[in-house]
Each structure stands twice: as C-alpha cells, then as structure tokens.
Write a protein that binds this ligand. Structure first.
Ligand SMILES: Cc1cc2nc3c(=O)[nH]c(=O)nc-3n(C[C@H](O)[C@H](O)[C@H](O)COP(=O)(O)OP(=O)(O)OC[C@H]3O[C@@H](n4cnc5c(N)ncnc54)[C@H](O)[C@@H]3O)c2cc1C
Length: 538
C-alpha cells in the first residue's frame, strides 16, 4: 500500500489534516487511527462527557508516575482512543489562549507563529454562531457558540460574583481581551458535540483519495537514509503490515504517543534508546522532554436549592432529560460539565493571565477518595457548584520516556507536578480568590455553605487540599517542541530536525503551553501545518 501522505492519529489535528490534504483529488491520503469509529452515543450527547473516561473510547492506561510534590499520588490521564481522539471525549470548551502566548513562540525564533500570524488559522476553521467581530470566523467547518439550550442560575451568579470580586465582565475571552468572567464558548452544533470528526473528517470521508483505517495501531515509522518512508502498523486482525508514503508522514498521535513513536523509531536521546536496544537513527535529546500541563482542583459549595447539575445526575431525572433531549434537543443533556469561566492574573505573572476558573454547576462532594472524573464511582451529591482554579502558566517541566521497546506498552509519564514553588503559589492565590467569589453577594440566594476545601484557614491547609484533590485539565503539551535549541524536536515548519519527509503536528509541538484549553490551538496548528505541507506561502 502506498500513499502520498500518511497521517498517524485521527485526533483533533489528524482530522483537520485529513480534510485539508485530501481537498486536492491529486493527493492520495491515508489516516491511521488506533481506536475505532465514534459510534458510542455518549460521545455525541454533550452531557455524556462523564461516561467517556475510563470507557472503551479512552486509552485507559495513561497514568503519571507517583508525584513527589502531590503526596506521591499517581494522576490519571484520560486520552481519547477513537476517531476524533480527545476532540471526541473532551469538555468542548473553545478557548484559544492569550495573544502573548503566540508572540512568545515567535520571540523564541519560530517564524510565522505570532498572534497576528496564527489568528487567520483560528478564523479559518471557525463558524461562530454568536460572535461577529474581527476575531471570529463565520465560514469555517467548526461550529462555536454559547450554550443556550440549558443554563443554571448558578452560572449567572458566578459571573456576577466575579465582577463583585474585581473581574471585568467579558463576553468574549477569545476577542480583544482575555481577562474577565463570562460564559464559555463551546464546540456544540445543534445540541451535539462538534468534534474533529463531525466538523472536519466526516465531510471529507466520501472523497475517493482519502482512506481512513481505524483499529490500526502504528508501531513505528520506517526511516531510510534519513528519510521517513513508511510506517509499520498492527491491524485490527493482529496482522503486521508496512505502508509506504511517497511525500510525507505526519505524526499526530498526541503529546504522549507522538514522542513515544519517534523514540520507537530510533529518533530520540541516543543513550536512552541504547538502554532499550533501539538503534538510534537521529540523536534528538528533546524528544519527550518539556512536558507541561494545566492543573486544577475544586473549591466547592452546597446550594440551597436543587438548581444545578447534581439534580440531573439522578437516574430518574436522567431519563426525563434524555427524552427532552431526543425530542427537542433541549435541557440538561445539551451541555457538558462546564458553564462559565474567568481568567485572571496573580503577582507571579504581572500583566499576564496566569489562572483560569472553570465553573461547573456540579458539587463534587468532599471525599478525597472519590474519583472526580469517573461517573461510576461519583456519588449523586446534594446540589451545589464548584469553581476549579486552574494553573495556566506552569513552570514545572516533566518528560515522557519509553517503558520498553514494545509499542503497545504505555510510556513513563513524569510531569513533576508542583515541583516549582511558583506553581503552588498561583494555585493557592487563585484558590483564595475562588473562595472570595463563592462568598460574594451574588451567590447569597444560592449558597448554602462552602464545603471544599474543608479547611482554608492557612496557605498550608489550602496546599494540602490542592495536593489531595488536584487533577490535570488533560492539556499535556510540549514533548516534541518547536524551536532551534537543543531540546527542539521540530522546526518552525514542524519538520523533525534532520529527518526528511516527517513532521509532527499536534499538541506536542507547543514550545510553551498556551494560557487556556488546548483543543482550539491544536486545530489552528493543524490548519497552519496543512498550508505548509501543501506549499502555500504562510
Ligand atoms: C477529558 C478531556 C477533556 C478535555 N477538555 C477540553 C476542553 O473542554 N477544551 C479544550 O480546548 N481542550 C480540552 N481537552 C484537550 C484537547 O482535547 C486536546 O488538547 C486535543 O484534543 C489534543 O489533540 P491532538 O491532536 O494533539 O491529540 P489527540 O486528540 O489525543 O489525538 C491523537 C490521536 O492519535 C491516536 N493514536 C495514538 N497513538 C496511536 C498509534 N500508535 N497509532 C495510531 N493512532 C494513535 C489516538 O487514539 C488519538 O485519536 C480535553 C482533553 C481531555 C482528554
């Protein structure tokens, strides 16, 4: 089997690439995905979000190593293993990050990646239903907008409470300014998740020059004379197969699997590869390094009235909601867990946004043993709400490395969470602000009492709560970073240094993590990469 382009991984980036590269009927394109088709009903119903993690559409085996600065906890890392990748399992928030994040990338020597350069690529994908200004696109494939078919009063109270605590009210954090509090923008279309598949891949599936192989695990990239020439895969029928590419191979397997695949193919740190018996084809010590992620934890209160989403988690209410959803595409099933958001800054990053509040009208309880993200173990708590203070510009850095040379083993993931004091500081300071927001007058008619953190009397007590309850926001990036320095893996055109015909295009190329959720930036990266691959002047 021979194609012009092979794309490894049908996640957020892979779906965009498959669409753009196959738009020219002259290009024969193959998209290879380890997971299956996106048939699971809960993928498409926004409220089905919580039923996706720990399910058959999740890889299920990604865990961090024990985290020294987080009471030695191992943190679970959900990752979509299905067409659409994480865009089929994420919380659907559409956030681009801060203008300065991209200006930083350009200042590091990555030509063409300033905010001014990347804005057209955000707009290219976007069909914004609600916001019409110079920052938004209307003609793209991806529907973006506010969730209007269901709203709890807690979300409005949160936004108002934030303004009572010094935030600006901001209806468009993707626009002129990011600071402030307002409603989330979501990738939901007609009450259904609008994923990489439904927005970009499905419209291209009927093209004769595009082949999509699901349940096909890429084991390695074949490099011949310094040139990526093909891939070795294991098909769903457990048959090993070689597939060749005449033009390019594009690695879009995400921040854990992309560096893993490079290393399995002999591209990585020469000494590390040697210990696993993998012949080194190209010494690139940065492969897998520079891992960064956002972290959050709950500040949660009980409500006086059952007006939040806990009420809707009860089995009988779920049935009523499902009927309302199926019949009218209205009600609690039309939204995911998130409703509103705020962005702010602490003294650690003067003038720069460094924390985010994810607001959810779900009260998470106050039991540290409960897996917040696993609906099977999640108790139906009394109604309430939670603010999730989120660290946006972490200084801690970690790595992904091989556990073995077996392509089916999960890699070692060592993020070194909270290894930098300033990361703890931002989480503590933003947590105190969140407590202030919960206690603001706008919440008076809804708030019963703050129950989580159980003790917020000192920074030490808040830190202990953070360490016991903290999770990642599932935004790992940076493990195949773009740049020219000794840890750089790809150049500004996303070509792997010193290997021909091989690019990495996914969240792993970010040199520094953006100050916001990462899905929209990955779509942008893939849009720009597609233009570069097709030789357009970018
Ligand atoms: C639970 C969760 C909630 C999130 N919520 C949000 C949110 O609300 N908003 C937001 O902006 N971001 C969110 N994110 C993050 C965002 O979805 C990701 O940053 C983004 O989807 C990453 O895109 P990607 O293309 O880099 O990787 P992925 O989307 O992970 O795609 C990688 C693909 O490669 C496939 N693959 C991996 N290894 C192989 C192999 N060996 N062979 C073949 N295929 C392989 C995978 O199965 C997957 O389909 C969330 C993520 C998760 C997990």
């Amino acid at each position: 089997m021979t194609y012009d382009y092979i794309i490894i991984g049908a996640g957020s980036a892979g779906c965009v690439l498959a669409n753009r590269l196959s738009a020219d009927p002259g290009n024969k394109v193959l998209l290879v995905e380890a997971g299956g088709p996106d048939k699971k009903m809960e993928i498409h119903i926004p409220a089905g979000y919580a039923k996706l993690h720990h399910s058959e559409v999740d890889w299920g085996g990604y865990w961090t190593e024990p985290q020294k600065h987080v009471l030695n906890r191992k943190i679970y890392l959900p990752r979509g293993k299905v067409l659409g990748g994480c865009s089929s399992t994420n919380a659907m928030a559409y956030v681009r990050g801060n203008k300065e994040d991209y200006n930083d990338w350009a200042a590091m020597g990555n030509r063409g990646w300033s905010y001014e350069d990347v804005l057209p690529y955000f707009k290219k994908s976007e069909h914004n239903k609600d916001l019409h200004n110079k920052y938004h696109g209307q003609k793209g494939e991806l529907t973006v907008g506010f969730a209007k078919d269901f709203e709890t009063p807690f979300a409005g109270a949160f936004i108002k409470a934030c303004t009572q605590c010094g935030f600006t009210e901001n209806n468009d954090y993707n626009g002129e300014q990011m600071e402030g509090a307002g409603p989330f923008q979501f990738t939901i279309k007609d009450g259904k998740r609008h994923s990489g598949v439904t927005a970009f891949l499905k419209p291209a599936m009927s093209r004769k020059n595009l082949t999509v192989l699901t349940n096909t695990h890429t084991k390695k990239i074949i490099v011949e004379n310094g040139k990526a020439a093909g891939i070795e895969v294991m098909t769903g029928k457990n048959v090993s197969q070689e597939i060749r590419a005449t033009k390019e191979i594009i690695l879009s397997a995400g921040s854990f699997a992309s560096p893993q695949l490079l290393m399995l193919s002999g591209i990585g740190d020469r000494d590390e590869l040697k210990t696993l018996g993998i012949p080194c084809i190209q010494h690139l010590p940065g492969v897998g390094k520079n891992l960064q992620d956002h972290l959050f934890y709950p500040v949660s209160g009980l409500a006086k009235l059952p007006l939040g989403q806990n009420h809707h988690i009860k089995p009988l209410n779920q049935i009523a909601d499902l009927i309302n959803y199926l019949a009218f595409k209205k009600g609690a099933m039309t939204i995911g867990p998130l409703e509103a958001v705020a962005f702010g800054s602490t003294a650690q990053s003067p003038g720069r946004i460094d924390y985010q509040f994810h607001f959810t009208s779900i009260q998470v309880g106050n039991n540290y043993d409960v897996d917040f993200y696993n609906l099977k173990t999640f108790p139906v708590n009394k109604d309430g709400f939670s603010i999730l203070p989120t660290l946006l510009r972490p200084k801690s850095r970690g790595y992904v490395s091989l556990r073995s040379n077996n392509p089916f083993d999960f890699p070692i993931i060592q993020p070194n969470f909270l290894s930098e004091e300033s990361d703890k500081e931002v989480l503590i300071v933003s947590g105190k602000k969140a407590i202030q927001v919960v206690q603001a007058p706008a919440f008076d008619s809804y708030r019963d009492q703050l129950i989580y953190p159980p003790d917020s009397s000192s920074d030490e007590a808040i830190l202990l709560h953070i360490q016991k309850s903290m999770e990642t926001v599932y935004h790992p990036v940076g493990t195949c970073k773009m740049g020219q320095d000794e840890l750089a893996v790809v150049n500004h055109e996303l070509r792997v240094h010193n290997i021909e015909n091989l690019r990495v295009v996914d969240a792993s190329i970010m040199p520094t993590i953006v100050s916001g959720n990462t899905n929209a930036p990955v779509y942008m990266i893939a849009e720009k990469a597609a233009d570069m691959i097709l030789g357009y002047d970018v």
